[in-house]
Design a protein around this ligand. Structure first.
Ligand SMILES: [Zn+2]
Ligand SMILES: [Zn+2]
Length: 400
């Protein structure tokens, strides 16, 4: 057996303890003082030299010598504002939950840090570890790129892992994406309509903003069904429509909020513009005014063909030919409408994002990611650490 895998297995108990601590202290957004503090301290204890490049974004570089190539490994550290209801001894009690498995990502990358630090003299270049906050809000990767995570040393390629649970896929199995976009770009929008409040008995004296947002809702649906090429994929979901508080009063304002998901910047730009035009046009037709705001956007996550080829070769060599499947085998069309802010990195450098099975629905992990009862199989932590570290070692070998 490859010595990396033996060493990774030996780390399992330590990784479970890291994971339990991180899982019991979930934090959301850009400010993760407990989690990033723990990561910083753990990296320091391994002899790495972590740097805090944003409020909670941490970077560590492993490697020495003169070879000027750097591969980046990324883990996200943020949780969700969900009260945990999982049947798990170490569940969180603070009202937040690691329901997306980012606690596993963070732990696995800490394991990789140790495996790589122990092999620092053999590395044929540099490995940069990126521990980011705020993936769920699509703010963290962008903020770290702006703070220079891809510079000093300049990053030449990147790899990330996301775990899965609640699906029929074996724990420890790996899914390798197809070349091109694997996850959709996403944009959040909010439309505020300003009407004119009045008595519910005399609607002609006011302008009813609830009537306007109802019409905007149907107008938005027409963009996807009538204006996008039928074979392209885009999803527009309205998740909030609200306004008013009393049965017999026409309120002054109402709002509608939603998300747009696309795979190309062309469709993304077009639909963003049409949301604006449709909302403003309909509001004007009904004598009101609409303000459209976009926030928390991320482009599509794009996978590089060379990075994919290297991942397949490395996984076969280290774990056997049957250690992975390609995304096209488990997801129709080889892509999904979910989003991931590692996409910002993928737009800058050749990137691959692997999926690691961490909860098979046939073995009791029946709830999906983001569910308050979601469970994860901790036995995959050492494997995840080995996949991170092994990919970096092999990338550096093949790209000297
Ligand atoms: Zn998530
Ligand atoms: Zn996630």
């Amino acid at each position: 057996m490859n010595s990396l895998l033996i060493d990774a297995d030996a780390l399992q108990a330590e990784l479970v303890s890291h994971r339990n601590y991180i899982h019991q202290n979930p934090e959301v957004g850009l400010h993760l003082p407990i989690t990033s503090g723990y990561v910083f301290k753990t990296l320091e204890s391994m002899g790495c030299n972590p740097q805090k490049i944003t409020d909670s974004g941490i970077v560590a570089v492993i490697g020495k010598g003169t070879i000027d190539k750097t591969v980046l490994l990324r883990a996200d550290m943020d949780a969700l504002n969900i009260k945990e209801e999982a049947d798990f001894d170490n569940k969180s009690e603070n009202g937040n939950m690691h329901a997306c498995g980012h606690d596993l990502h963070t732990t696995m990358l800490l394991g990789a840090a140790k495996l790589l630090k122990d092999r620092e003299d053999e590395l044929e270049g540099y490995v940069k570890l990126m521990f980011q906050p705020a993936e769920e809000t699509f703010e963290g990767a962008k903020e770290m790129i702006e703070a220079g995570v891809l510079e000093n040393p300049t990053v030449n390629a990147a790899m990330g892992i996301h775990v899965s649970t609640g699906i029929q896929f074996p724990a420890g199995g790996v899914i390798v994406p197809e070349a091109g976009p694997s996850m959709a770009g996403a944009d959040w929008f909010k439309i505020t309509v300003k009407g004119k409040g009045c008595h519910g008995a005399m609607p002609h004296l006011g302008v009813d903003p609830l009537n306007v947002i109802a019409n905007i809702y149907f107008g938005l649906k027409e963009i996807i069904s009538r204006e996008i090429v039928a074979l392209d994929t885009a999803v527009l979901t309205v998740g909030v429509m609200q306004g008013g508080s009393v049965n017999n009063v026409i309120p002054e304002t109402a709002e509608l909020r939603g998300t747009l998901r696309t795979f190309t910047e062309k469709n993304r730009g077009f639909i963003v513009q049409r949301i604006q035009e449709v909302a403003e046009g309909i509001a004007k037709t009904y004598r009101s005014e609409a303000t459209v705001e976009f926030s928390n956007g991320t482009p599509a996550l794009v996978n590089n063909p060379d990075s994919i080829a290297l991942a397949k070769e490395f996984l076969s060599e280290y774990f056997g030919e049957n250690s992975f499947v390609t995304l096209g085998k488990v997801a129709p069309g080889g892509k999904g409408m979910g989003s991931e802010d590692f996409a910002f990195v993928s737009q800058e450098v050749p990137t691959v994002q692997l999926t690691l099975g961490a909860g098979n629905s046939q073995n009791g992990c029946i709830y999906p990611l983001h569910h308050p009862k979601a469970l994860f199989d901790e036995s995959v932590l050492s494997k995840g650490a080995a996949v991170y570290a092994g990919y970096a070692i092999e990338w550096l070998k093949k790209n000297r």
